[in-house]
Design a protein around this ligand. Structure first.
Ligand code: ASP
Length: 340
């Protein structure tokens, strides 16, 4: 009897612990939901290194009293430059065999935001999103207009060929073959999520208690030409409000747009006083999972409490606490490294 009680108490405290917000966090990143087919064991160390580089870039900003906006841009840029992730260099292919990228950024103190969608020549779409926020009256620029704007702003422009990687090309070929065999290829959930992962995102809290969020993606493998997902849609894939949280999402974008996931998480914190874990789980576990929609999110509140919620096998992710310790995960195993 006594051991049964102890077991129950143990399980209870484990589940409370597992679902408690992580305290003292100043920076967090994700690399999109993933499974063991996409990230086999031998690739895990490279993914951990990629995540660590990104945290390093973001932390370098925060350590020198930089803004959360600069930190999330730096962290996401690093992931965009890494071919392992589905953003920037490692973007997936559309049904026409091209790469079309989406990105957005938002500042929690001003509620200013910027985004680009369906861009094809901007090396770092997240910087273009920031330029839209800071240099225009608009929030979202798309396609050729966004590419031209980035060029005029002096951002790095590359040939569309820059975004070619063998790995993503092969994934596209496989995905097409699978879709041909599938009888329900018109449904968004029928898209083969195994071959479309790696969207990246970051949330940060700076010394002035300012939050920021950023998300960048190549979208879903074999998406239609011109398809735009949730990542550049403020309130769907990205949101930041100093009163509630900074939020970056990953998953089947159509659902994140329809459910306004990022904004909804913020509203649950604001109007229902949920904590970050409860708010994130409400959308990812209670709303999307029952519909078989894969997704994940990272949520950081103004007191430095962080939640990760995902309903896939894994969410490659990492965070840094105030003392400069980096915590990295591909699946459940934690790797701890010091940033100082
Ligand atoms: N949310 C992204 C999109 O739908 C994809 C992803 O997160 O993997 O474009």
């Amino acid at each position: 009897m006594k051991s049964l009680i102890l077991l129950i108490l143990g399980l209870l405290s484990f589940s409370i612990f597992a679902h408690s917000p992580i305290p003292n966090v100043i920076l967090a990143i994700h690399g999109g939901t993933a499974d063991t087919e996409e990230i086999p064991k031998n690739l895990e160390p490279e993914v951990i290194d990629g995540l660590f580089e990104s945290l390093k870039a973001g932390y370098a900003v925060l350590k020198t009293k930089g803004s959360s906006l600069d930190a999330v841009e730096a962290a996401v840029k690093s992931l965009e430059d890494n071919p392992l992730f589905n953003a920037g260099k490692g973007a997936v292919f559309t049904s026409q065999g091209k790469n079309e990228m989406d990105a957005s950024i938002m500042e929690g103190s001003t509620k200013k935001a910027g985004a680009v969608a369906s861009v094809t020549q901007i090396k770092n779409p997240i910087s273009a999103a920031r330029a839209v926020m800071e240099k225009t009256r608009h929030v979202l620029l798309v396609g050729d207009g966004a590419d031209q704007f980035a060029k005029a702003q002096g951002l790095k422009i590359v040939s569309p060929k820059y975004f070619y990687t063998d790995r993503r090309w092969k994934e596209w070929q496989k995905s097409k073959a699978k879709q041909n065999r599938s009888s329900q290829n018109s449904s968004p959930t029928a898209w083969n999520r195994h071959f479309s992962l790696g969207t990246v995102g970051s949330v940060a809290l700076d010394i002035k208690n300012g939050l920021a969020a950023a998300t960048s993606t190549g979208g879903l493998t074999d998406k239609m030409h011109g398809r735009v997902g949730d990542s550049p849609i403020i309130g769907a894939g990205t949101f930041a409000d100093n009163e509630t949280a900074a939020i970056s999402c990953t998953g089947v974008g159509e659902y994140f747009i329809r459910y306004g996931i990022a904004r909804e998480i913020s509203s649950l914190i604001k109007y229902k006083q949920l904590n970050v874990v409860q708010a994130a789980d409400t959308l990812i576990q209670n709303t999307l999972k029952p519909q078989n929609v894969e997704g994940g999110t990272i949520v950081l509140d103004p007191k430095g409490y962080l939640a990760f919620s995902y309903n896939a096998e894994g969410l490659p992710r990492g965070y840094v606490t105030q003392d400069g310790t980096a915590h990295l995960f591909v699946f459940d195993k934690e790797v701890v490294r010091l940033l100082k």
